[in-house]
Design a protein around this ligand. Structure first.
Ligand code: SF4
Length: 389
């Protein structure tokens, strides 16, 4: 099959189609090797290519049973996405990565140490969180669910991660590494152990690494992480609406939205504009105007707001919520993306991680619609602008 990686797309209807599939889910007959359950990131994710664009979409949650989208073979025996009886687009499923067949010398399967998310090698280096099973647990999160399922181990060792990174690059063409961690009560919030893991992987494989962690008490930790050879950081506020944040992620609310802006300011100083990102999850009751305003303020300082629709993780505290309508998600994309592109920031400026991969969001497809707004020096392929309103 084609190599993962979101290349320029000329079909303007593809962005709204993918936004709708990511909202309503994709019904497939076999939920298995192309999916994952639990985790701190895009969990319950089917990983597929739709018309050459690699995405993740919900496949296992209960609400997916009501989705009009199916993945099945067409009359030529080719895999395609259908809406009811209408064939919408050709599709491909990623092969099982070859490195999943390997194990460490002490018998840990490589797939329990890191997973290939399309073309990005991803791992949660510490699969426990200080807030889990307390009143502080983030309601959207599924970090310990994968641990309970036996699909991973509690903590990964730097030397194991390094050998997996080399194998994923050589056998399966991984192009970067995305590392996250559960939070700790320590002043660094787990960032320094994450940095040691990232350094070992980068030194062994040469791949760029994005490290994701909570704002540390001492912002100098961000400089230390940078000095470990990390290319990009994700410091995730999740919502710019303080009321929503207090409801869905109490520890993040205690850090406060201003606390995130402070951490981003330091991170942009050391990593550079476009190398710092934050998840912004839609569909948790947030005020859309506050959301757009927060995204624009982040963009002004050089932060990429990686906007994704809520993907309720089965087993998480939000498992009974539905993802937001695609129309709502698209309306936020269309208010934020032109501002982002005009500022010269886009998925193409991010060297590693979720905002580089883009498979969990429709943002990069909308970036392509507005690319004429970008400064001329960004070396991007120009395609026609459909609308900037
Ligand atoms: S801080 Fe919140 S989102 Fe992060 S791992 Fe802990 S519970 Fe999950």
């Amino acid at each position: 099959m084609a190599q993962p990686g979101n290349s320029p797309v000329l079909r303007p209807e593809l962005g709204p189609l993918i936004a709708d599939i990511q909202s309503r889910g994709l019904r497939i007959e076999r939920v298995g090797e192309t999916t994952r359950v639990g985790g701190a990131g895009p969990s319950d994710a089917g990983m597929i290519s739709i018309d050459g664009v690699f995405i993740t979409a919900p496949v296992g949650a209960d609400f997916v049973a009501d989705s009009p989208y199916f993945l099945r073979e067409d009359s030529f025996g080719e895999l395609a996405v259908f809406k009811g009886d209408e064939r919408m687009a050709p599709a491909e499923i990623a092969d099982r990565p070859k490195f999943y067949e390997l194990s460490t010398a002490d018998g840990i399967p490589y797939w329990k140490i890191a997973l290939l998310h399309l073309d990005s090698l991803a791992s949660t280096v510490v699969q426990t969180c200080a807030y889990w099973d307390t009143d502080d647990q983030c309601k959207f999160c599924g970090i310990e669910l994968s641990l309970e399922s036996g699909n991973t181990i509690p903590a990964k060792r730097p030397e194991h991660l390094a050998e997996v990174a080399v194998a994923a690059k050589e056998l399966d063409g991984a192009v970067d590494i995305t590392l996250t961690t559960g939070s700790t009560y320590g002043p660094d919030r787990g960032a320094l152990y994450l940095g040691r893991c990232a350094q070992a992987m980068h030194d062994a494989s040469g791949l760029p690494v994005e490290a994701q962690f909570e704002p540390p008490d001492d912002l100098d930790v961000i400089n230390q992480v940078h000095d470990m050879g990390i290319s990009a950081v994700g410091i995730h506020v999740e919502s710019f609406d303080p009321v929503t944040l207090a409801d869905i992620a109490p520890p993040k609310a205690r850090t406060g939205i201003e606390g995130y802006f402070g951490a981003w300011e330091r991170a942009v100083e050391v990593f550079g504009e476009g190398q710092v990102s934050t998840y912004v999850i839609l569909g948790m009751g947030e005020d859309p105007d506050l959301t757009v305003e927060g995204c624009k303020r982040a963009i002004d300082m050089g932060v990429y707001p990686f906007i994704v629709p809520l993907r309720p993780v089965p087993g998480s505290l939000l498992e009974n919520l539905l993802p937001p309508d695609a129309d709502y998600t698209e309306s936020i994309y269309r208010r934020v993306v032109p501002y982002l592109v005009e500022r010269g920031i886009g998925s193409w400026t991010v060297s590693a991680g979720c905002a580089r991969c883009q498979a969990c969001s429709g943002m990069s497809l909308f970036e392509q619609e507005y690319i004429e707004l970008a400064p001329a020096s960004d070396n991007r392929t120009r395609i026609p602008v459909r609308s900037v309103s």
